[in-house]
Design a protein around this ligand. Structure first.
Ligand SMILES: [Zn+2]
Length: 455
């Protein structure tokens, strides 16, 4: 494939590079001012970004495919310029808690994937007690990290870890060169506050009061302390509190041998408690949307690298689950993997909150570096996978949830107009989504990505 007249977004540069680009065998072979030959398309100066990496999705496959599956999830991601996703371990049946389960899952989801994908393994209270070390060792070469929960919404099947168990897992992960990802909300706070506020009512406010900023800050603070004590490797997922983000940024800058990082999500950057009051369950996520002012602190940390990157935490509910009755029984989570990059492009880059190089870090480069994929993914360089998201910076996109390729068709961004319009998504040299034609890439094109290379 030969692309003429591209404006390429290059890692570390705030001005795009005008060049032609030749792709051979799925890789970027040449970037040069002029490459001779017949072009497959003339980009006409459109801005070409490295394909986005969404390092936190729940595609529920196999097991809970009434909510989402790999075909719909990866198609929706592609429609938003994402070329690699990393799927969470606990929202499928079987969960990715050992290598046999991973193989069983891969056999089901691999043939459905339109874009590349990696897996996180996980350790729950249940799998910890069943002998977690051998399971982690077995998964170590096939997963990009291990997810654990400080508080869990699925305690009966995938329980949270207490401080001591968390420390053991962190210590073992470090000994096998692996990262632990933590859902950080303080269990004791959340359990007790939930019990109280359930009796008080069933409005968005009550869900927020049961797990406010402080619940997150307590858990982040404890986790950082434990991680520093043992020199562990910790990543905090879906941070919504600006104060928690600042704690992570300070810990990340420390030189005590521990590796500590964090991510946030578009929903925490875009919305506050007022929006949650208006939108209700559509914006119910766990951890909840925070009070006003946190968004500014999160943008600041994302721009400075105090928070390493953005993730969607894509987790749609099955039909009816988000409107099940009241705020306590409506399912948590949003369909977000297809809106993340267009949101960051519009409200981050074009709105001036992120420079071009900061946009690249937030939308893929830093995730690729953090999870050991940067030799193949996360930037436009000769020799790397030709994973590209082609944007028309002068276009617009009116977010229409009815048109989502996901099984989830409820979005808090519905009706919003984003500046910039995605034109094409290319995964290893194959166009998988096109603005005019929609989904054009075949299922099964996506490959499993591991730290050591493709499986
Ligand atoms: Zn999640």
């Amino acid at each position: 494939m030969l692309i003429r007249n591209a404006s390429l977004a290059i890692s570390g540069k705030d001005e795009p590079l005008s060049a032609d680009l030749r792709i051979t065998d799925g890789r970027i072979e040449t970037i040069a001012p002029h490459i001779s030959g017949d072009p497959d398309f003339d980009a006409g100066g459109a801005l070409i970004l490295p394909g986005g990496i969404d390092p936190h999705v729940h595609f529920y496959d196999p097991g809970y495919t009434d909510k989402e599956d790999f075909a719909h999830g990866t198609a929706f991601a592609a429609s938003g310029g994402i070329t690699t996703v990393i799927d969470m371990p606990c929202t499928s049946d079987p969960p990715v808690s050992n290598i046999d389960n991973l193989r069983a899952k891969l056999a089901v989801v691999g043939p459905k994937a339109h874009i590349d994908f990696g897996f996180f393994g996980g350790v729950s209270r249940q799998t910890f007690d069943a002998g977690y070390r051998a399971d982690m060792n077995g998964l170590a070469d096939s997963v990009l990290g291990f997810k654990v929960y400080a508080v869990s919404g699925m305690d009966d099947i995938w329980g949270a870890l207490d401080h001591w168990r968390f420390e053991q897992v962190l210590e073992h992960a470090a000994s096998i060169g692996q990262t632990v990802l933590l859902h950080a909300e303080d269990r004791e706070y959340v359990d007790n506050a939930s019990e109280h506020y359930r009796r008080e009512g069933a409005d968005p406010e009550h869900w927020y009061r049961a797990r406010p900023e402080l619940a997150e800050e307590l858990a982040v603070s404890s986790a950082i302390r434990i991680c520093r004590r043992i020199g562990g490797n910790l990543h905090i997922v879906h941070v919504g509190s600006a104060e928690a983000a600042a704690m992570i940024a300070r810990a990340a800058a420390g030189d005590d041998g521990a590796v500590i990082s964090g991510e946030t999500c578009p929903q925490y950057l875009a919305f506050g408690l007022e929006d949650f009051r208006h939108l209700g369950a559509v914006l119910k996520v766990a951890p909840p949307i925070k009070s006003p002012g946190n968004d500014e602190g999160l943008w600041k940390q994302l721009a400075s690298g105090g928070l390493l990157f953005c993730a969607s935490d894509h987790a749609p509910g099955a039909p009816g689950e988000k409107e099940a009755g009241d705020i306590w029984c409506n399912s948590a989570g949003i369909a977000g993997t297809g809106t993340m990059l267009p949101y960051l492009f519009s409200e981050g880059y074009l709105a001036g909150r992120l420079s071009l190089s900061q946009l690249l870090k937030a939308s893929g480069e830093n995730a690729a570096r953090r999870y050991g994929l940067f030799d193949r993914k996360g930037s436009i360089e000769e020799g790397k996978d030709a994973d590209l998201a082609v944007f028309d910076p002068d276009g617009t996109w009116n977010v229409d949830q009815e048109a989502f390729l996901s099984k989830g068709t409820l979005s808090p961004f519905h009706g919003r107009m984003f500046a910039g319009a995605l034109m094409k998504t290319i995964v290893r040299g194959v166009t998988v989504w096109d603005r005019e034609k929609g989904l054009v890439g075949p299922a099964g094109h996506g490959q499993l990505i591991t730290r050591g290379g493709r499986a």
